[in-house]
Design a protein around this ligand. Sequence first.
Ligand SMILES: Cc1cc2nc3c(=O)[nH]c(=O)nc-3n(C[C@H](O)[C@H](O)[C@H](O)COP(=O)(O)OP(=O)(O)OC[C@H]3O[C@@H](n4cnc5c(N)ncnc54)[C@H](O)[C@@H]3O)c2cc1C
Length: 404
Amino acid sequence: MSGAPAGVVVVGAGLGGIRVAESLRANGYTGPITLIGAEAHPPYDRPPLSKSVLLGKDDRVDLKPTEYFAESSIELRMGERVSAISPDDHTVTIERPDDPAHSETMVYDALVLATGLTPRALPGTEGVQGVHVLRTIDDALTLRGEIDSAARAVVIGAGFIGCEVAASLNQRGLSVTLVEPAPTPLAAALGTEVGALVTRLHQANGVDVRTGVGVEEIVDDGTAVTGVRLADGTALDADLVVVGIGSIPVVDYLDGSGIELAPRESGGGIACDARGATSAPDVYALGDVANWATGDGGTRRVEHWTHTVEQATEVAHRIAQSDNMIPAAPAYFWSDQYGLKIQVLGRPAPTDELHLVDDDGTKFLAYYSRDGLLTAVVGAGKVGAVMKTRPKLLTPTPIADVLE
Ligand SMILES: Cc1cc2nc3c(=O)[nH]c(=O)nc-3n(C[C@H](O)[C@H](O)[C@H](O)COP(=O)(O)OP(=O)(O)OC[C@H]3O[C@@H](n4cnc5c(N)ncnc54)[C@H](O)[C@@H]3O)c2cc1C
């Protein structure tokens, strides 16, 4: 390639996209950076969508002020979608959903894929008024717009987003039922013992938690939702239904590119080495869509905020060939429910041994261990105690030392 550098093209202007662009500049990268985002909004933060936005406290949750992009020489292209990639030519094809005739090719030196997830829908509910998923700010504002005229909500799926939505709708005065086929909320992430504490939290706030039962059917009157029928035959009335049954990595634009995807049984998404490189030269992936090698022969795809930021930093360092140190940090994520911060530090597995060391009926603190070693700490309303565990999660620490 000759002439001016084509620079770094980032596909996906969400958290991972903006953070890789920001970190490239922070690490001295001076070439062009183009950030392409399919949504008609500048990069915004998703965690508040199920919390302060639904509660009516925030309307905008932008990650950067408008002037940031010009000041940092980052070209932000909103409302544009990358529809194809040619690793051999080092090009992407860009389309504009609002202008079907538009198709443009852009050359890259390095390409970063940060295209996130799309929520799984319940088949047959598309277009039924009152049935929602939550991934984008448009989803959140549409859902919020229906809260005042609703009385009864059913939230399907008690993962983190389902639990947060149930809490927010409850706090907005709706009668809420939370439905989950697993034995407790958050069972897959935190195990059933901590899941039971989360059930207790929801019940204490008046949410009807139905676990161990799936959904048979969403009932509507031809236009709008009227209820949900559970697999055990229970009929729940509802004028608002939120479906939180997981999400799928956005990889459709990679068809025909030859870029390797991870098998579905290992989490799917874009297969990467342990520092974010895909199977194509000069193409990297990060964030919710990326499935990185873990260095111990495994792979992992994670759908959490801090993890995305850490991967963006790693990829930016690699592209900018920076020697700057990236400090080691244990895995971390959080969830806010009923004003209580639930924090998870480390990597708990549902099969780990659980050590509940503090529980006052609302707030709690629990450690997880495997083969005698500390794997994680989970706290609700226990910020100080959780954070104190950080150094112990950076080296193998006997659980006995933590409990003494
Ligand atoms: C409601 C909600 C609450 C959350 N709360 C928490 C929390 O409390 N704690 C926590 O740790 N994590 C939380 N998360 C997860 C966290 O927000 C994600 O891990 C993070 O947003 C991932 O960033 P990303 O850049 O990988 O993807 P995203 O933020 O999803 O950004 C991807 C962007 O790529 C765009 N895109 C997709 N395809 C294309 C294409 N072909 N061309 C151009 N653009 C494209 C999409 O439109 C999207 O804007 C929450 C997520 C949601 C949805």
